[in-house]
Design a protein around this ligand. Structure first.
Ligand code: ARG
Length: 562
């Protein structure tokens, strides 16, 4: 039972005639803890009891069973409750230790399906830092939603169709060679792509060429299809390496091409509902009443567009998963696209368009500058992860030269640092990327949290990993209470993160808990042999359990030694 419930129950017993919800809604948390952990104001009872609040409080306190509290006192019209911290502490610790995996679980979702459109890099272009954000935010949201009993479905909506293939094919036919591509697929394809964009500034005829190739692809031309498949599979191989490194998998890789044969139906539906209009030869849906630009459904040359595919995808997902919510973890710059998507679905009469949520995020910059594929200014994700791992390895070699599985730990720390850095920032904020800062062992970093857990594990090893299931876990001292109070807030933290679709809530919580534990560790001799030693070890175990759970919600590993 948490503290507030305990207070409600005690008052309820003393006031059987008063509605429980009324009691609950009146309870306050005093700003100054001199006034207790909870306070019950009696003003609202004055009318019912025809007495002054001070009198009511003075009488009521005599009726309240005080045995479960440290103290219950009258302060004018208020009754102040001081919780029995040691008892509550023991309750929290034993909840964690008896079932660490499920501690903090809640049932907000009743198992409902939630497709999460995430990562979705574009084939034949490198996966850049921008896609990293979508990947790790989407993955963390999937973990968080699982903990509150939704059923997430991770969908990689690969950008495997579109005019960039026309450009790439045109470039490949002009300057490319098969051997060159085979030797180093992504860098080579990327090189072609960048060169195409440089040269087409001078020579606009290149664009016509690219359009013609894309047209061929849409018409099922053999050579175009062959090249498409080849470029796609080479790109995917590289993406998979990155996903493996991140420890992230997907339930579906249905990308844009998957909807090639599903768009006619959408266009037909729009037509049947009288929503399609002609505008300069193109087909559009007018969205003026939503204050949005018209949605471009079919171009002048008949080619379908990004939004047409997304309409088909949204309908497909509703039919396939009957979702309760459908999330799209995509950069903030696509905000209008998703507003249009929802508006068109609404116009089509699909009420479930209200369950579609765009989860936008900000940009990663470097030295304050935007990254850009087109101009060849990219940070390659694969390089970032490798560099982070090397940096972690160097630091581990200094701190812990005898560590046995140093390579594996370096991977967990390096990759974890990059992921954590991304998630600790509120989704919508832009942030600057500086590798040295990201992999530091001190400050607000992933390695700092991992290190706090490793420290806890090392204490437990030194103590010989005793069985703690049946020990008296009452710890009354103020230092311990600060940490245990935080442990008790894990569940509400997870729920908040899920409601706000905000992994940073968990990341910030884990930093705070790690910091609180380090302070406790600095002030307390944990391993000294006295009556409370086992209770202190229970606290250390619980901290480690909750740090690990927090990191795992973020998709970050927690090595026992580092
Ligand atoms: N491939 C797109 C990009 O890199 C993101 C796709 C997002 N998902 C979607 N269903 N539109 O910009």
């Amino acid at each position: 039972m948490d503290g507030k419930t305990q207070v409600v129950e005690a008052i309820k017993k003393a006031l059987p005639d008063v509605n429980q919800e009324d009691i609950e809604s009146k309870i306050e948390r005093p700003k100054d803890n001199k006034n207790g952990d909870y306070a019950f104001p009696t003003f609202f009872l004055a009318k019912i009891k025809h007495q002054a609040p001070q009198m009511i409080a003075a009488d009521l306190v005599k009726e309240i069973d005080q045995s479960g509290f440290e103290n219950v006192v009258v302060a004018g019209p208020y009754i102040n409750f001081f919780l029995n911290k040691a008892q509550i502490a023991a309750g929290i610790l034993s909840d964690i230790i008896t079932d660490p995996e499920n501690y903090g679980n809640a049932n907000l979702g009743n198992g409902g399906n939630v497709p999460i459109d995430m990562s979705s890099p574009n084939i034949a272009k490198p996966m850049s830092m921008g896609h990293l954000r979508s990947t790790v935010i989407g993955n963390s949201l999937a973990n968080i939603l699982t903990k509150v009993n939704y059923n997430p479905i991770k969908i990689n909506h690969l950008g495997d169709w579109g005019t960039q293939f026309g450009k790439l094919m045109a470039a490949y036919k002009m300057w490319g060679s098969e051997e060159e591509v085979k030797a180093d697929p992504i860098n080579t394809l990327q090189k072609y792509y960048v060169r195409f964009h440089q040269e087409d500034k001078e020579n606009p005829a290149l664009d016509d060429d690219a359009r013609a190739w894309f047209r061929k692809l849409e018409d099922g031309d053999e050579e175009a299809t062959y090249l498409w498949k080849w470029f796609r599979s080479e790109s995917l191989k590289l993406f998979m390496k990155i996903y493996d490194l991140l420890g992230i998998d997907f339930d579906s890789y249905n990308g844009e091409a998957f909807y090639n044969d599903k768009m006619d139906e959408v266009v037909q539906m729009l037509e049947d509902k009288g929503l399609l209009q002609e505008s300069k030869g193109a087909e559009i849906v007018d969205l003026e009443k939503y204050n949005l630009n018209p949605a471009l459904i079919k171009k002048t040359d008949g080619a379908t567009l990004y939004i047409t595919r997304d309409l088909a995808a949204a309908i497909y997902r509703k039919r396939t998963y009957n979702f309760v919510q459908s999330l799209y973890v995509v950069g903030n710059e696509q905000q209008n696209h998703f507003k249009q998507l929802k508006a068109v679905l609404k116009e089509m009469g699909f009420d479930w368009s209200d369950d579609i949520h765009h989860i936008p995020f900000g940009l990663i910059t470097q030295g304050g500058r935007k990254l850009s594929t087109r101009e060849g200014r990219v940070i390659l994700l694969e390089n970032v992860l490798d560099d982070a791992i090397n940096l972690a390895r160097k630091q581990i070699a200094e701190k812990n030269p005898d560590l046995k599985n140093a390579d594996e730990v370096a991977k967990q720390v390096g990759v974890g640092a990059v992921v954590f850095h991304d998630l600790k920032n509120e989704r919508l904020n832009n942030f600057d990327f500086n590798l040295e800062e990201v992999v530091r062992f001190e400050g607000e970093t992933g390695p700092y949290v991992q290190y706090a857990n490793a420290r806890a594990q090392s204490i437990l090893r030194k103590a010989g990993n005793p069985d703690l299931t049946n020990v008296n876990m009452e710890l009354g001292d103020a230092d311990a209470w600060e940490v245990i109070k935080m442990l008790g807030q894990f569940g509400e933290t997870v729920q908040r993160a899920s409601r706000e679709y905000e992994p940073s809530v968990i990341a910030k919580y884990s930093l705070q808990l790690a910091k609180g534990f380090n302070q406790y560790y600095a002030h307390t001799k944990i391993l000294v042999d006295d009556d409370e030693k086992l209770a202190r070890l229970a606290l250390v175990t619980a901290v480690s359990d909750v740090l690990k759970s927090s990191l795992s919600l973020l998709g970050v590993q927690a090595p026992d030694e580092m």
